[in-house]
Design a protein around this ligand. Structure first.
Ligand code: ADP
Length: 257
């Protein structure tokens, strides 16, 4: 019976998924079709420029949606290796900053001597960007986004179902609108979004959640309406004495793939 329930939930999710995508794509296509219609009717250079701009943005959004869908559908197995998470984040700090308008400030806080963590770097990289974009969208033009990295020692089940041990924690904190309790319980559902049609895909957090789960880590949300949101990601830390062993295992799996 449990299996049957699971199957029907899966079907329901797929149904929602298809409906959601069709809806988003239709909206984007109608923006492009309206733009083309306008181009046919006007020679005014300003109107033409604006219309081309809008169409191009709609096409870009469509492309981004496809990318997210592909990443989501692929659910590639992770190629976990021991990584210096701070270094991974620093390597694309500029991209994170570019995602924010001038009036929003991104501050990075990284604890010294962080242990390495077992992650798949390419899949991990989309997580901070997803979280920073969500932080931006939750803030009204001005605000603060903090990205902090530290190491924590947890007792069993202190965070979600994580076993006791040492973890590298990445936190993205914003001073935005915060989430209602309803939004918080649904936020990691695929295709759940409160953003206007065409703006949100509802795939960001579910993708991050999937990646973290595959790493045997955890994701937690802490949010207050009107105050802001903190999303924390936990990844198992590599014990210092182990790290050479993990590196070897890491390169072995890299050869296999
Ligand atoms: P999307 O950003 O496309 O809506 P996500 O899965 O990333 O998809 O987020 C789902 C929903 O969770 C958002 O629509 C929003 O309601 C809520 N959410 C996510 N991050 C934040 C945040 N930092 N502050 C407030 N709400 C958030």
């Amino acid at each position: 019976a449990r299996e049957a329930l699971f199957q029907s939930q899966k079907l329901e999710a797929i149904g929602k998924l298809t409906g959601g995508i069709a809806h988003d794509f239709n909206n984007l296509l109608s923006v492009i079709m309206n733009g083309l219609e306008l181009l046919r009717m006007t020679k005014d250079p300003a109107m033409v420029a604006r219309s081309v701009d809008t169409m191009s943005r709609a096409a870009q959004r469509g492309a981004a949606l496809t990318q997210q869908l592909l990443a989501f559908a692929r659910q590639q197995p992770l190629r976990q290796e021991a990584h210096d998470v701070a270094r991974v984040i620093r390597s694309f700090e500029a991209v994170l900053r570019r995602a924010l308008p001038d009036a929003m400030h991104l501050s990075l806080h990284m604890q010294d001597d962080l242990p390495q963590a077992m992650i798949d770097a390419p899949q991990f990289e989309s997580a901070p960007l997803n979280l920073v974009v969500n932080a931006r969208d939750a803030m009204n033009a001005v605000g603060q986004v903090q990205l902090a990295l530290d190491a924590v020692t947890l007792t069993a089940h202190e965070v979600d179902r994580l076993p006791a041990g040492r973890y590298v924690r990445a936190m993205v904190k914003d001073s935005g609108t915060g989430m209602t309790p309803e939004t918080m319980t649904r936020a990691i559902e695929p295709f759940f979004t409160t953003k206007e049609v065409g703006k949100g895909t509802g795939l960001g957090l579910s993708q991050v959640y999937g990646m973290v789960q595959q790493c045997q880590g955890a994701l937690t949300l802490d949010s207050q309406v009107g105050e802001g949101t903190t999303v924390s990601l936990y990844f198992p830390a590599v014990a210092a004495a182990d790290s050479s062993a993990h590196e070897e295992r890491g390169s072995a799996s890299a050869v296999k793939v």
